[in-house]
Design a protein around this ligand. Sequence first.
Ligand code: NAP
Ligand code: FE
Length: 361
Amino acid sequence: MYYNIPTKLFCEPNCIINHSKEFSSLGTRALIVTGKHSSKANGSLNDVTNVLSKENIAYEIYDEVLENPSIENIMDAVSKHASFAPDFVIGIGGGSPLDASKAIALMLDNPDKTSEYLFEADSNISHLPVICIPTTCGTGSEVTPYSILTIHEKETKSSLPHKIWPAFALIDSKYLSSASETVINNTAIDALGHLIESYVNTRATVISRMFCDYSFSLWPQIFSVLDKKEKSESDYELLMIASSFAGMAISHTGTSLPHGMSYHVTYAHNVPHGKAVGAFLAAYLKYSDEETKSHILGLLKMNSTDELHQRICKLTGTISLSEDEIIKCVNEMMGNQKKLSSCPYKVDKNIIENIYNESII
Ligand code: NAP
Ligand code: FE
């Protein structure tokens, strides 16, 4: 068994300001990577620029990260900011800017490489240090080494083969309070997906399951929080920490079939990541062994995978695909060796078809 999460994590109110010295430990020039609007609206960008000014760190801002960032999005940032020669990269936002910051940090440290390098396996990679500041409650990207990018050429998304761990992550749940109910529900269900797919996974270990077990036990309370119209400070704290714990679980196991199945749905129908993953979770769990199923359902305080599916659909809505698309997706999944090998029960074409048909309208 192997366990190593080399990311320092600070999780407290005002942690960006409280830990300003951590920023200066990484250098004197920073590139901030973020989305178009939310980090300006929720104050996280302002808090970071104030701290950089206080620490005399020069910075530039790339604020054009799109949802589900593509290779082109990464290379656009690199071409606009390589000449600034930053010492480190700060990602602020949901999983999209955080994942983008990792890929940008890789390319900025390898200026002679072209975009193909993003997906070239290399055991000797180097990247600029990355700081992650999450403002959604789902991906856990701040504590994982993964960066998932859209590949237009293949009409899907895929994880980079490189492991890019953030140097440190700062979680201040106040930024989540400005997020819409839809963003909160979708991203929280992504976190639940990370737990289910990490637990029901050939790479699960005693330690990854410790994160899962503790986090599953928080979910009865999280479901009540998600039902509330008005959430409290401690509700946002719970959502953020649950997302990071789920990230710690997948940081060692990766995800499994539901994430693999979600990528086409997101690409072809612009369905948010968490909603696309959530559609497949109950059916994925349904085919696992009885002991695993009752263990997870017990911690979630649910009676059946049907109940889990209804609960998820109530929060994130349903998804529909045409019959032709399902056939195409089934064939694609049957060729996705990485995801198939992460599933601990025997998967054949029949089971994949069943998971699609039971998950999708
Ligand atoms: P996202 O794509 O980062 O953001 C979704 C939307 O939420 C954007 O419109 C964003 O606006 C907005 N937003 C973010 N924070 C907000 C806040 N505090 N208040 C209001 N709006 C806010 O969504 P995500 O679900 O967090 O990330 C999805 C991506 O992460 C996918 O590409 C997925 O594949 C990846 N992912 C990565 C990992 C990993 O381990 N690395 C794991 C799972 C998923 P702006 O654009 O204006 O910021
Ligand atoms: Fe995810």
